[in-house]
Design a protein around this ligand. Structure first.
Ligand SMILES: [Zn+2]
Length: 313
């Protein structure tokens, strides 16, 4: 995987993956078994590129009865409609790590738009509007603590859920100092951070919220000695996911505008070898301004290349 370096959030470490996050005034910043693919999540499932259209589809009676008041499909990180295009995190992890050598590597092209470091009060709603216009779903890797979920009206994550996106866990604190002191993964701090984040997501969405998708702040690629934490997260049913393409909005020297970010993405796609499975890294933190300008071009490019869009469960 390609590795780039840029200024991360807390601590000012040069790491990959996460945009600078400006702490907000109220910030307290420093502070199962493997999922089996659902029948509808098989790679042969017809693509659903329209969130709106999919959301209008009639769910099965059994699925409907298991949906909670928030619209969450019990035992998942998404709603009933998104079941049609949700893929198990464990599979996506193996597709990313092993590529075409993975035993169940898709023969179809599937793109996963992943959005880190939100939700944010001023940006997420605009991004949701845009995703709706484009008719594509995304997977959100939330900061669940004061820099993210605790900072915004709960209507924002509930809207994302209702509109067919998946809500996965990035972190509670997003603190590199706490999670990776000396750039080395700290098992106790990482598990405490994820447990706190997971519980808070269940407080928000109900006890039936289950996600198998997680993403280390800064990306797994940036830190040393994460194997113990990887194992501990797997015991919780969580599989870490990096990415193989990006729009560059986490770069120390980010593209200057949306058009340049689309070009940045095109270059990463080419460098990745135009794989059948594309995981795009983007951010919608308060200060992440490139995503709005880049999304239409990125989606257009992926659609033209024959990709359908999925979310990671
Ligand atoms: Zn991040």
């Amino acid at each position: 995987m390609r590795r780039r370096h840029f200024l991360g959030a807390a601590g000012g470490l040069a790491i990959a993956g996460c945009a600078s996050i400006a702490p907000k005034p109220s910030s307290l910043a420093e502070s199962s078994s493997a999922p089996s693919p659902s029948p509808t999540a098989s790679v042969s499932t017809p693509p659903s590129t329209s969130v709106t259209a999919t959301a209008a589809a009639t769910p099965s009676a059994s699925a409907e009865s298991s949906a909670s008041a928030t619209g969450l499909l019990a035992g998942t990180n998404h709603n009933v409609a998104a079941k049609a295009y949700a893929y198990p995190a464990q599979s996506v992890q193996s597709w990313l790590r092993q590529g075409a050598k993975a035993p169940d590597y898709p023969t179809e092209k599937i793109a996963f738009l992943t959005i880190d470091d939100g939700p944010s009060a001023n940006r997420t709603s605009d991004v949701l509007d845009l995703l709706k216009q484009l008719g594509v779903p995304a997977t959100y890797f939330y900061i669940v603590g004061p820099l993210g979920v605790q900072h915004v009206d709960r209507a924002i994550p509930l809207r994302a859920l209702a509109e067919g996106h998946a809500l996965a866990i990035h972190t509670w604190s997003h603190s590199y100092k706490v999670l990776y002191p000396g750039r080395i993964g700290n098992l106790a701090n990482i598990t405490a951070d994820y447990d706190k984040a997971y519980q808070a997501m269940r407080d928000l969405l109900g006890p039936d919220y289950v996600t198998h998708a997680s993403r280390y702040p800064g990306g797994h690629m940036s830190w040393k000695n994460l194997a113990p934490a990887d194992a501990a997260l797997e015991q919780r049913g969580l599989y870490w996911l990096d990415w193989n393409t990006e729009i560059g909005d986490g770069e120390q020297k980010a593209p200057p505008n949306g058009a340049a970010a689309v070009t940045f993405f095109a270059n990463t796609l080419k460098a990745a070898g135009n794989p059948n499975v594309v995981v795009v890294l983007m951010h919608d933190a308060e200060g992440a301004t490139l995503i709005n300008g880049a999304l239409p071009g990125v989606v257009k490019m992926l659609k033209a290349a024959g990709y359908k869009f999925g979310v990671i469960a």
